[in-house]
Design a protein around this ligand. Structure first.
Ligand code: NDP
Ligand code: 2IT
Length: 446
């Protein structure tokens, strides 16, 4: 008879055969849990896997809004409240035309284990809509956000479910969402994170995911008696996570040579220093332009279609989206002697590509560990809101750094404990899982 994890994977596939991203994420976690499931039968006796793969609640709703020409548009939106065993649901909102139930369930499932690793009391959730903010005016984005929140506000709260940003949801969107929540509920609470500083946001939250991803790779290198100093780094994406990953690599003496978006990649062999990064931040965040504009300003750089994974590098930081490193990309990176991969994005590496990295002994930091800095500082924003205070930049940054160090330590010691030396995937999955699973057992069948 198939083992417990395989049987539950089969049930998930049978139940939702079309949810390919969700199935991928479930397999990735469950396939690494065998050592702990074998060592302690309580998980199987309590049907923990059957319960942990099923969201506690899925909310799906219509978002009608009016565009600038007066036409009524309709988008579809979701909030997946996946697991609240260790705290209120917590996780971002994604606005992107590709958004569907499978993608949000995979993201919410990942979030459960990621949040557990942060050491903070947060359950897992995710939400979003197939709305495409690209090419929309501020007024259109505002009306969409207001309509979205008119429904979502019934389902969230500072002690029940606290959304934040993700792809397509940044400071502008969080502002419009917060304004509408406050108006409808007549309360000023920490119901969203990633808020602006003037009205309850935390210093370092915008930087946190990118900084955290670089702190994580720094820990992996340190653990192998190496450092970021002088390393050539490729980064994909050019949004929030990519920008602040670049800033921290520069800080720590590395050289970033690429950014990308869904149109293609810019390669700057001279390195994207802080001045060029300031240009990219203005281009992407204020002008809302495309990354290809970079080569008009900096003549030494080139623009190519496709992703950055054929560029020579010591370190790769995928910071765009899921499944952006295929096995042939992984083979390219390995051929070019890439030492380490730290995932700023969620599930950017396909399962075959993960295998390639592990076989080639590339240091591979999976997203649920490497990009947990964002949600960790969201947790710190919730704490500051609750006690009505603001910590300094230095205070939040040093807490972020120690959380990333603790996540690295949990990965290493858990992998070691189960005889999987240096396997960050197994370490992260088992460490994230046991805290949530044990809490579910404590709380009974709910
Ligand atoms: P942004 O919206 O700020 O930036 C997203 C970037 O990724 C853009 O450059 C975008 O290019 C590119 N991108 C998005 N979709 C695709 C695609 N299908 N193909 C190629 N490029 C694409 O989002 P974030 O930087 O916040 O998020 C990036 C990743 O990091 C996501 O995987 C997200 O889940 C993850 N993450 C984010 C956290 C956060 O705190 N923001 C926390 C943890 C993880 P284009 O403009 O062409 O779409
Ligand atoms: O994927 C993620 O961890 C996020 N988008 C951040 C979630 C959060 O609640 O800050």
């Amino acid at each position: 008879m198939a083992n417990y994890a395989d049987r539950v994977i089969d049930q998930v596939i049978a139940r939702d055969p079309n949810q390919v991203e969700f199935i991928q994420a479930v397999k990735e976690v469950l396939e690494t849990l065998s050592p702990v499931l074998k060592a302690d039968k309580k998980y199987e006796e309590n049907s923990i896997l059957e319960r942990i793969v099923e969201p506690e609640r899925v909310i799906m709703f219509r978002v009608p809004w009016v565009d600038d020409s007066g036409k009524v548009k309709v988008n579809r939106a979701f909030r997946i409240q996946f697991n609240s065993a260790i705290g209120p649901y917590k996780g971002g909102l994604r606005f992107h035309p590709s958004v569907n139930l499978s993608i949000l369930k995979f993201l919410a499932f990942e979030q459960v284990f990621k949040n557990s690793l942060t050491t903070l009391p947060m359950g897992g959730g995710k939400g979003g809509s197939d709305f495409d903010p690209r090419g929309k005016t501020d007024g259109e984005v505002m009306r969409f956000c207001q309509s979205f929140m008119s429904e979502l506000s019934r389902h969230i709260g500072s002690n029940t479910d606290v959304p934040a940003g993700d792809i397509g949801v940044g400071a502008r969107e969080i502002g419009y969402l917060f304004g509408q929540y406050k108006k409808l509920r007549k309360e000023f609470t920490g119901v969203l994170t990633g808020k602006s500083l003037n009205w309850g946001g935390s210093l370092i939250r915008p930087e946190a995911t990118g900084y955290g991803c670089v702190y994580f790779v720094e820990e992996m290198l340190k653990h192998n008696s190496d450092s970021l100093e002088g390393k050539v780094v490729t980064i994909s994406g050019s949004g929030n996570v990519a920008q602040f990953a670049c800033e921290k690599v520069n800080d720590l003496g590395g050289k970033v040579v690429s950014f990308s978006d869904s149109d293609g990649t810019i390669f700057d062999p001279e390195g994207i220093d802080d001045e060029k990064l300031a240009y990219v931040m203005d281009l992407k965040n204020i002008q809302r332009g495309r990354i290809r504009n970079y080569v008009e300003k900096y003549q030494g750089a080139t623009f190519v279609k496709g992703n950055p994974w054929s560029i020579d590098c010591d370190i790769a930081l995928p910071c765009a989206t899921q499944n952006e490193i295929s096995s042939s990309d992984a083979k390219n990176l390995i051929k070019n002697n890439c030492l380490a991969v730290s995932e700023g994005a969620n599930m950017p590496t396909t399962p075959n590509a993960v295998e390639c990295f592990q076989e080639a002994n590339v240091l591979y930091g999976p997203g649920k560990a490497a990009n947990a800095g964002g949600v960790a500082v969201s947790g710190l924003e919730m704490s500051q809101n609750s006690i009505r205070t603001n910590w300094t930049r230095g205070e939040v940054d040093s807490k972020l750094k120690s959380i990333m160090q603790s996540i690295h330590e949990q990965c290493i010691t858990t992998a070691e404990h189960y005889d999987c030396h240096g396997d960050y995937v197994t370490g992260a999955n088992i460490a994230g899982f046991t805290k949530v699973a044990d809490s579910m057992i404590d709380q009974g069948v709910v």
